[in-house]
Design a protein around this ligand. Structure first.
Ligand code: DQA
Length: 156
């Protein structure tokens, strides 16, 4: 009986939350688009929810270097059960991140704090990664990350 319980806990899923360029500056960026939350607060919020929903691990990662993000995605591609990514401005032009996300076996959720479809710059309204993501959540602020974790929890 105890062996069986042990196996169940080993099967509890792991999730990764990846934030791209300039998201380390949350709190200082335009409050109208990104609110006042800092990245540390956002990471705490998301890891807390992941733990409450039964995830065994929630890896939070942020980088301003595209190659580092590609390498992190490659590294996690076969080991996580769900991935949440806000690539920041890379969303709009990084085919390298698109191709790395294609390698991820688990569902990937694209999240944006602001509603990119309604932003004034035309280039910002296009995402080159949406087609390799199971879902896109945009314009819900930090709640979008929580919705993504909830969506993954329901499916895993
Ligand atoms: C963003 C939107 C992007 O256009 C922007 O470059 C970001 C953040 C968002 O979360 O709304 O850095 O991905």
């Amino acid at each position: 009986m105890s062996g069986w319980c042990g196996e169940i806990s080993m099967l509890r899923p792991a999730v990764a939350v990846l934030n791209g360029c300039n998201l380390n500056m949350l709190g200082q960026r335009n409050h109208e688009h990104y609110g006042t939350i800092t990245l540390a607060e956002l990471d705490d919020l998301v890891t807390g929810r992941a733990a409450a929903l039964g995830f065994a691990a929630c890896t939070c990662f942020q980088t301003n270097h595209e190659g580092a993000m590609v390498e992190k995605i490659q590294q996690l591609s076969q080991s996580v059960d769900g991935m949440i990514i806000n690539p920041g401005a890379w969303t709009h032009y990084s085919f390298a991140i698109h191709d790395a996300l294609e390698l991820v076996a688990a569902p990937v959720i694209e999240v944006h704090l602001s509603d990119i479809a309604k932003r004034k710059e035309e280039w910002r309204r296009r995402s080159v990664i949406s087609d390799v993501c199971a879902r896109t959540i945009s314009g819900k602020g930090p709640a979008g990350y929580l919705e993504a974790i909830g969506w993954l929890a329901e499916r895993l």
